[in-house]
Design a protein around this ligand. Structure first.
Ligand SMILES: Cc1ncc(COP(=O)(O)O)c(C=O)c1O
Length: 359
């Protein structure tokens, strides 16, 4: 079976990070630590932001290390929403954002990102119309899973202005920031545009950039009052992320740049070969992803992406994720994860192409 439905790279965690975890265990990093994460890990993250983004953070007050990106998302949403509140969520998106909003007994209001020409955008008029007295936050993901959309600075500025004007928390899921095909730099973080007094939260993870999905390690950057609240809440959830993995993550941050650059070169090749294959198929519209490792082609006349993916799997043994799983605006498309070996991606595209041409 050719599995392109996953949300992770097929690359294993780099050896130097695994060795750092073994050493951390041997060195005794096996005890409880602070709810917000080890001070040394938070300092390493602050240094990362300074070097990679040119953003200065207070390691003691604005960063919370979490046991995965999804745990950061959970903590942030729990801290912001009360039962009955509403959250605007830009979709199609990884469904865990809306699911976490529901778990807080609040309502996700999914706002489909329109395809304008060959690029996804944001419908700001629709956002204005969707705000109610119960709206508390807006969640967006850039680079996007599943769209591959990377917010421009102008779009981020407008989102920030919108959030400020309506007194909303702006939550940016930036877990794919290093997978940016537009430049050698990471995608622009909202932290670069926001002041430290803005109601902004960034959700982050070691999973995608460092091939550490199974480690369950992430972090959050937030205004200090929210970060303090999240750290307190963490006590009752997992207390803190594992200590020796935090130690290993410090090494990943220090020495991970070459690995990221190498991975990105391979991903770009895969993206381009998938794009070339899909663009040749009649009835398929496929915007070029500028980030992350997904393509989200729209297939003319597709009304049930789940049934389509099931039939594709049964008949060709190619596994894709149905667009309907990603919320409003997702139906009619499928998600292809191209973070796999080149020969697997190539073979999957050949089979998909035959399947679609056969109708
Ligand atoms: C958009 C997005 N945010 C967050 C995550 C969570 O990553 P993790 O929980 O592995 O850190 C994922 C994982 O697929 C994702 O796609």
């Amino acid at each position: 079976m050719l599995r392109l439905y996953f949300g992770e790279s097929n690359l294993p965690t780099p050896e130097f990070i695994k060795r750092a975890a073994q050493k951390a265990m041997a060195d005794g990093f096996t005890f409880y630590t602070e709810n917000a994460g080890m001070p040394s890990t938070r300092k390493a993250l602050a240094r990362y932001y300074s070097e990679i983004h040119g953003v200065e953070l207070d390691a003691g007050e604005e960063i919370v290390v979490t046991a995965s990106g999804v745990q950061a998302l959970h903590l942030a949403i729990r801290c912001v929403l009360d039962p009955g509140d509403e959250a605007l969520v830009l979709t199609p998106a990884w469904p865990n954002g809306s699911a976490n909003v529901r778990m807080a007994n609040a309502t996700p209001v999914e706002m489909a990102q329109p395809l304008i020409g060959d690029r996804y955008g944001i419908d700001f008029e629709a956002l204005e119309a969707a705000v109610t007295p119960r709206t508390r936050m807006l969640l967006y993901t850039s680079p996007s899973n599943p769209l591959g959309w990377v917010a421009t600075e102008e779009e981020q500025r407008r989102l920030l202005e919108f959030a400020r004007r309506h007194r909303l928390w702006l939550m940016a899921d930036e877990v794919y920031e290093r997978l940016n095909y537009l430049s050698a730099k990471p995608a622009t973080s909202i932290l670069k545009l926001a002041s430290r007094e803005d109601a902004v939260i960034v959700i982050q993870s070691f999973s995608k950039a460092y091939c550490m999905t199974g480690w369950r390690l992430g972090w959050m950057v937030a205004r200090r009052d929210l970060a303090a609240r999240a750290a307190r809440l963490n006590e009752f959830v997992v207390s803190h992320a594992p200590t020796f993995t935090q130690r290993a993550a410090e090494t990943a941050l220090l020495w991970g740049e070459d690995g990221i650059a190498k991975m990105l070169a391979g991903l770009r090749e895969n993206r381009d070969l998938c794009l070339a294959a899909l663009q040749k198929i009649p009835g398929v519209t496929v915007p070029r992803p500028d980030g992350a490792f997904y393509l989200f082609p729209r297939i003319d006349g597709l009304g049930d992406s789940f049934a389509f993916c099931k039939r594709l799997l049964m008949e060709t043994k190619v596994g894709l994720a149905p667009g309907v799983a990603f919320g409003a605006g997702g139906e009619g498309s499928v998600r292809i994860c191209f973070a796999s070996e080149k020969r697997i991606v190539e073979e999957a595209m050949a089979r998909l192409s035959l399947f679609l041409r056969a109708g």
